[in-house]
Write a protein that binds this ligand. Structure first.
Ligand code: P1T
Length: 379
């Protein structure tokens, strides 16, 4: 079955009671039971909900996983996934992740005896060198938010598995349409469904998918015990979103390439970050493990003042955090999404005060480019 067929049908069987072709929003907190221990597989809505279950099956199928668990946000999905490690365990993390991931690991989870090493995972050799006796997990984000560093999924998985560590990949920037990490050996894929999977900027959510039965059992236990579940309505919104994921990603990718090519030639732009560009040092690796390059483009205009002009002069693009929706969003990572990353780390990985990030939306490509052009003219 092809990707779009799965996206439209997996988990989306017509409703058994009415025949409704879209999965209903089961807005209920509990379910009537016929007798003690006798029920239809649904007892209480934190534990099971048919709308959420449909979404979990849908995204698991798209990533090529057996099991999926949906959470109240991308961060909740990442937090639940980290419950697979315990006090005394060591986790290796890409040194450029979404700022919220860095904050969760360094400010919260490190208080519970989990040790984190942040390394440049774009070189699998760095991962190998950082592995210790107690390393139980390698957490990758690829391409990274916002400077689009790529990690070699197969090489890192090989290195980690040789030492008995699981590999987790945050696949938010690509979506399963453009990259399926499990095909390269990754064990667990996490997403902020807030982004491309929902695709319409109208719901916050997250998901973790995996195939290992024991780990899946534990994640289900964590989902039910800690309770950071995705609501039925938000599950339904994401289910609706994934049906058009393929066509949306094709267009995000097409416009992303065009916007990157425009920015690369622009005299006011000092540097661009886009894996589809031949100037990206990992262009070949991106081509090997991704089906496209997507709609996320970052560019450096040199100073905070110049960045401010661009961010405040755009008319069509909206100055806002988040990404992956139908509308083009523009943001300033240093003060917005990555403000919680140490200043020294930000400088080292290229999140300078002059860096601007664009989530290229689904408006007409020439309108997006014209808007960026007039904003850059303001410099
Ligand atoms: O916002 P939430 O649904 O909790 O997802 C967190 C998250 C996780 N992983 C990646 C790669 C992300 O980009 C995010 C959220 N990112 C933004 C809000 C942003 O503007 O980059």
């Amino acid at each position: 079955m092809g990707f779009s067929t799965k996206a439209i049908h997996e988990g989306n069987e017509p409703d058994p009671t009415t025949g409704a072709v879209t999965v209903p929003i089961y807005q209920t907190s509990t379910y009537a039971q016929e007798g003690l221990g006798k029920h239809k597989g649904f007892e209480y809505a934190r534990t099971q909900n048919p709308t959420r279950l449909a979404l979990e099956r849908n995204i698991a199928a798209l990533e090529g996983a057996k099991f999926g668990y949906a959470f109240a946000s991308g961060m909740a999905a990442i937090d639940a996934t980290l419950r697979l490690v315990h006090a005394g365990d060591h986790v290796i993390v890409s040194d450029n992740t979404y700022g919220g991931t860095f904050r969760l690991f360094t400010r919260i989870l490190s208080n519970y005896g989990i040790e984190f090493s942040f390394v440049d995972t774009s070189d699998a050799g760095n991962v190998e060198a950082a592995i210790k006796e107690n390393t139980r997990m390698v957490f990758l984000e690829t391409p990274t938010n916002p400077v689009m560093i790529i990690s070699d999924l197969q090489a890192v998985s090989d290195v980690a598995h040789a030492r008995g560590a699981r590999v987790v990949c945050d696949n938010t920037f690509m979506s399963p349409y453009l990259q399926r990490p499990m095909e390269f050996g990754v064990d667990i894929v996490v997403h902020s469904t807030t982004k491309y999977l929902n695709g319409h900027s109208d719901g916050v959510g997250g998901v973790a998918v995996l195939s290992d039965e024991k780990d899946a059992e534990w994640l289900a236990f964590v989902q039910n015990s800690a309770g950071a579940i995705l609501s039925p309505f938000d599950s339904w919104l994401v289910l609706r979103g994934t049906k058009t994921l393929a066509v949306r990603m094709e267009q995000h990718d097409k416009s992303g390439r065009a916007v990157a090519a425009f920015l690369e030639e622009h005299p006011k732009v000092e540097k661009i970050y886009y894996p589809g560009s031949l100037s990206h040092r990992q262009h070949d690796l991106a081509k090997r493990q991704q089906k496209g390059f997507g709609g996320m483009v970052a560019f450096d205009v040199g100073t905070l003042e110049r960045a401010r002009i661009v961010l405040e002069t755009v008319r069509l693009c909206t100055l806002a955090e988040s990404l992956g929706g139908v509308e083009t969003l523009i943001s300033h990572p240093a003060t917005m999404t990555h403000a919680s990353v140490l200043a020294e780390t930000r400088q080292r990985i290229g999140i300078t005060d002059g860096l601007v990030r664009v989530s290229v939306g689904l408006e007409d490509t020439e309108d997006i480019i014209a808007d960026l052009d007039q904003a850059l003219d303001g410099i």
